[in-house]
Every structure is written in C-alpha cells, then in structure tokens.
Design a protein around this ligand. Structure first.
Ligand code: ADP
Ligand code: MG
Length: 391
C-alpha cells in the first residue's frame, strides 16, 4: 500500500510536473454472497479487500479535468463546462476515462455545482486486478468520488458518493450494475462484511470472525475475463425484469420462496430458473448473516456452496474454469467455495482453514494445468477499511 502511494506520487510528478495536493484510496471488493441480487432490490454481503486504487490529485487554476492512470496509455482531458450527458453517453468517451469523468459528472447530477468548482489533475494507480471480478471499477469510482468530494468541499455523505459511482458506471460506461460494489468500497471495515439491503439502502457491518475461526478467504482469479458492459450481464438483468413484470411485482425482491411454484406456471423455463436464483440467493444472504452472528464463519460453507450451484445451474453464469476452481477447492480442504462477481469469467472464492491454504493452491494450480486452462492468480484477501484520504 505504501509502495502504491509512493508510485502514485512519483508518477503524478512525472505526468503533471507537480506534487499532488493529496492522496485518496478505495478498495476493491469480494462478494461473500448475494450475486445478481443488488439490481433486484435484494440483499448482498460483500467485503472490502486489502487491494486498493489510489488517486493523487491537485487543483488547477482553470476548469480542465485531466486524468491519467498507470493502467491506461493516454492522458484524457475535458473542460468541466463540456461535461454533458451527450458527451458522457455510453461509448462516447470510450475507454477507462469514462469512469473518473463520469464520476465528476455524476456528482453534478447529485447536487454539486460544477459551474463553481476548479479543474483538477488526477492520477490513478491500483493493485486491484482489473476486469477480474474484484471490482476495480468501483475502486476507481469511489477513490475518485471521495477525492473530488473532499477537494470540491461538497459535504456529501458516503451513500451519495456510492450513488455517484453507480450513476457514472450506468450512464458514462453503460454497464447496468447495481450499487453493491460502491457500497462495499465506501463502507468496508476491517474484519467485517457489508450487509446491504439494496431496497432500503440500510447498511450494517457484520463481523466475519474469520480469524477466530482460523479461516482464510482465498481468491482464485481465472484467466477468462468478463465484460460487464455487454452481453450476459444485461441479459440476466433483462430476464429478472421480465420475471417481475410478468408476475406483477415491483422487483424480484417481492417474490418469496413459497410463491415459486406459482411463478413456474407463469414464466418460461429460462426466466423461471433465473428468477429462482435471485429468490433463493436473497434467502441465502439472510441465512449467512444470521449464521455468522449465531455460529460464526465455520458454519457458512454450505450456503456458499449452494450459492455456487444456483449460479451454475439456475442463473447460468459460471464457466468451466470457475467450476473447476470451486470443485478443486472443496476437494482440498475448503469448507465452502463459490464464483464471485458478475460471472462469465473472473474470480472464485474459497473459505479455507488456514492450515490447508498452501495445499489448496497447489491443487488448484495442478488441476488447471491438467485441464489446459491458463494459470490462475491465487491469493488471500482480508476484510479491510473502505475509501479514505491517505495523505
Ligand atoms: P472489475 O470491476 O471486475 O475489475 P470492470 O469491467 O467492471 O471489471 O471494470 C474494469 C474497467 O475499469 C477497466 O477496463 C478500466 O476501463 C477501468 N479501470 C479499473 N481500474 C482502473 C485503473 N486503475 N486504471 C484505469 N482504468 C481502470
Ligand atoms: Mg466492475
């Protein structure tokens, strides 16, 4: 982390020829459980991880926004006066700059007077793997949102910053995602999960108690990449909306497990299976929170396993690589495992007794080699503090 900050400071000086006024950072996240429930007004339980995106920033004396990243080639600049929805429509800005510039625009939509704020130079560095399901996108949005809100003295609360991140992602990037990732990145706490009711936006930090249970969360990042802005994700979201509409509900949050037989009669097969995933996943999140509080992390393994099966069989968003990671983890000491994130590639997580972690790594590496899959990136994550000013 200190390396990342030093790198960001040094690169900022190289690119902009100045010392930054300040440094901010925001973490990526792992979703412990609750997948594709957020945009259905449901429940999620992610946690912020010990991998972060750092933003170095200085105020300019004109109205230009200039953004650069260690992970992107070109420096992008735009006049604040031209930060219009037309300019920010999906695909118009293109590339990574849609995220930070979209956040600036979104802060304006949420009440900031963009006519009265100065321009900034902004440099981004990160150790959150990009495009792997650890939400580098939210880490980027939330670090930029906090940096701009502090710099422009907006006085926004964290929930408003989360909304700005989501609005940027939905509008400027064109990815129809829910608010989970931004809430995890802004409300994370050391050792805790972030239990979010996506309808009421009620947020509760839940002690994960992993250390007490001598458990680790291991992330297995497969080489298959997902692309949220296109294809499967939007298609699943459309199915959920169709199911709710057909059943006369505001959202799938309002469908209960008891009502599933009736839903089956009214929905086509594919839509029914997708709806069933959301309904059962909501219940699994509630069960996980209760189990963590009453019995501790050692008792949530079966819920993680059931979540994976539901995503694999009902929601149809897993991949052979993710299934192999999960099966191999479970056969080598993990007490629970599931794919995490939007699906179609990306990462899986395994809940592993500390003493089995190295065995599990070796077994997964071996299994992937045997199947001719690209070598996965395997590492431990800890539940960490959310977005903050670092310097
Ligand atoms: P995930 O959020 O799972 O990492 P996404 O596809 O949602 O995957 O977001 C990845 C995109 O976010 C990248 O393609 C890039 O445009 C942008 N991004 C994330 N982090 C950075 C960064 N540090 N620098 C530049 N762009 C980034
Ligand atoms: Mg993302």
């Amino acid at each position: 982390m200190s390396d990342l900050r030093d790198d960001a400071r040094a690169s900022f000086a190289e690119v902009f020829g100045a010392t930054p006024d300040g440094l901010w950072s925001a973490p990526g996240r792992v979703n412990l459980i609750g997948e594709h429930t957020d945009y259905n007004d449901g429940f999620v339980l992610p946690f912020a991880i010990d991998r972060r995106t750092v933003v170095a920033l200085t105020v300019r004396d004109d109205r230009m926004l200039r953004v650069a990243s260690a992970h992107a080639g070109e420096l992008v600049e735009i006049d604040l006066a031209t930060l219009t929805p037309e300019r920010l429509a999906p695909g118009r800005l293109g590339g990574w700059a849609a995220y930070p510039l979209g956040v600036a625009w979104a802060l304006g939509q949420l009440g900031a007077d963009l006519g009265a704020v100065p321009g900034v130079d902004l440099y981004v560095d990160s150790d959150v793997s990009v495009g792997s399901g650890l939400s580098s996108s939210a880490a980027l949005e939330c670090s930029v949102a906090l940096a701009l809100a502090d710099t422009w003295r907006l006085g926004f609360d964290r929930l408003t910053l989360a909304k700005a991140g989501r609005l940027a992602e939905n509008t400027a990037v064109g990815a129809p995602t829910g608010i989970m990732d931004q809430v995890a990145s802004l409300f994370g706490e050391s050792g805790a999960g972030v239990f979010l009711d996506c309808r009421s936006l009620d947020i509760q930090q839940v002690d994960l108690g992993l250390a007490d249970a001598a458990l680790e969360v291991v992330v297995i990042v497969t080489e298959t990449r997902h692309d949220l802005a296109s294809g499967g994700y939007a298609d699943r979201k459309a199915s959920c909306e169709l199911a709710a509409r057909t059943l006369g509900l505001d959202s799938l949050r309002d469908l209960t497990i008891d009502a599933l037989p009736r839903a089956k009669a009214l929905l086509d097969d594919t839509t029914f299976h997708r709806a069933r995933h959301v309904v059962t996943e909501n219940q699994r999140v509630l069960d996980t929170v209760r189990t963590l509080r009453e019995q501790g992390a050692g008792a949530i393994g079966d819920l993680l396993d059931a979540s994976h099966r539901s995503m694999r069989d009902d929601f149809d968003i897993s991949t052979p690589e993710l299934d192999l990671a999960v099966e191999t983890a479970l056969a080598n000491g993990a007490i629970g495992a599931r794919m995490t994130g939007g699906g179609f590639g990306g990462a899986a997580i395994a809940l592993v007794p500390q003493q089995h972690e190295s065995l599990l790594r070796v077994a997964i590496d071996g299994a992937f080699a045997e199947h001719g899959f690209g070598q996965p990136d395997i590492f431990r994550v800890t539940a960490s503090v959310g977005a903050r000013r670092d310097a």
